[in-house]
Ligand binder design. Structure first.
Ligand code: PLP
Length: 396
């Protein structure tokens, strides 16, 4: 008899986005003319930049001619793509070999697939509040999951301790949902901890392009010792507007090993077994992100989101509401005013100001009492939301 993966039965239903959609649909049905401001979305609103679009068009034309046509691509990434990423790291002072960089269809795919490298008896540590996919992917892999709550007292950047000993450690910096970043010292503490305890860190760098503070690491490989204990998972989704286009990359150093097995070599074996790579057209478009023109253009888009963040942060400052994030990340994480619960605050914003945000409780139990605003909306919608927020909460 066929046996299913019984771990599917252990997944908790994710009510977060389902509940939000239900509440918003009910509100819309009752108020069809309401102008709703969406600060809940984790998707970008600006289109791909010109350099990427040109490279995509040129790659489509290549596929029309026998001389430039490409069939199957190398499973781990086209040399031109791997070298483009390698050059990007080198300009930041991180030396990687091109075959330590693996192309991917985005970070979500990788966060699930990468667990193929580890046996089912591993324990994963997830620092919460966290991107919900970490927990679910580990449950499906049969791993035990430990939750490490963080809070305002440690700036949502907890330090490791022997109580948090686990085999796979998740670090997301800049963090979704809190927007908090690991400083060099804080990250070094986790790298040292992983090396001391024989753990592997899965470092999610999906939002690194939003870091503006000098000295905050964009890559875990800026930290001495990280090559012996870390895998870095990157995405062009938020960096360059690839949420619907799909491309990312993963870095696995050649010396990274566990239980006597080399993880880079295992990942090559995994990719050559499980994928036929990412399309030529997409890799051409993605490689254009790392050109000088591409970098300039993606930073212009990121600046638009940062202006949205500034507008919301100024409003929260005037209202005297505690928050973190916004500076090095496209998310602002605020404490719900008046001690409200996060769903209570969600309802208040929707009913009284027609603003949608994301309740913190959806990112782990320590997120209760907090709320996430995304800065990926249009400037006009964000400014309108800020105006309504001020009007609502100033008179409360
Ligand atoms: N990691 C984090 C922390 C995210 O917030 C997201 C998307 O929101 C992802 C990974 C997934 O990104 P991708 O679009 O590359 O799958």
């Amino acid at each position: 008899m066929t046996m299913p993966n019984r771990h599917y039965g252990e997944l908790k239903d994710s009510y977060l986005f389902y509940n939000i959609a239900q509440k918003v649909n009910a509100y819309r049905a009752a108020h069809p003319d309401a102008q709703i401001c969406r600060l809940g979305i984790g998707d970008v609103s600006l289109p791909l930049c010109g350099a990427v679009i040109r490279a995509l068009h040129a790659a489509v034309d290549d596929q029309a001619k026998a001389e430039t046509f490409h069939g199957y691509m190398p499973e781990c990434g086209a040399p031109f793509f791997r070298e483009a990423v390698q050059g990007h790291y080198a300009r930041r002072g991180v030396k990687l070999e091109a075959d330590e960089i693996f192309v991917s269809s985005g970070a979500s795919d990788e966060l699930g697939d990468i667990l193929d490298l580890f046996s089912a008896d591993n324990t994963a540590l997830v620092i919460e509040p966290a991107y919900p996919a970490y927990v679910d992917a580990n449950i499906l892999a049969g791993h035990k999951v430990l939750h490490l709550p963080s809070g305002a007292e440690n700036g949502f950047v907890p330090a490791p301790s022997m109580e948090h000993r686990a085999d796979i450690l998740y670090i997301c910096s800049p963090n979704n949902p809190t927007g908090a970043v690991f400083s060099r010292d804080k990250l070094r503490a986790w790298v040292d901890f992983a090396n001391k305890t024989g753990a592997v860190i899965l470092f999610d760098a999906a939002y690194e392009a939003f870091i503006e503070e000098d000295g905050v690491p964009h890559s875990i490989f800026e930290i001495p010792g990280a090559r012996g204990c870390a895998i870095e998972i990157c995405s062009l989704s938020k960096t360059a507007g690839f949420t619907g286009t799909r491309c990312g990359y993963t870095v696995i150093p050649k010396e990274l090993a566990c239980g006597g097995m080399n993880l880079n070599a295992m990942w090559v074996r995994n990719r050559t077994t499980k994928t036929n790579g990412v399309s030529y057209i997409l890799q051409r478009g993605a490689a254009a992100v790392f050109t000088e023109e591409g970098q300039r253009q993606i930073m212009e888009n990121i600046r638009v989101y940062k202006k949205n963040a500034a507008c919301l942060m100024e409003t929260l400052d005037r209202l005297g509401i505690w928050y973190c994030g916004g500076k090095n990340a496209p998310y602002i994480w605020l404490r719900c005013p008046g001690g409200m619960g996060s769903w209570e605050f969600f309802d208040l914003l929707l009913e009284k100001a027609q603003i949608i945000g994301t309740p913190g409780a959806g990112f782990g139990s320590c997120g209760e009492g907090y709320f996430r605003f995304s800065t990926f909306g249009s400037p006009a919608e964000t400014a309108e939301a800020a105006r309504r927020l001020e009007k609502l909460l100033a008179k409360e």
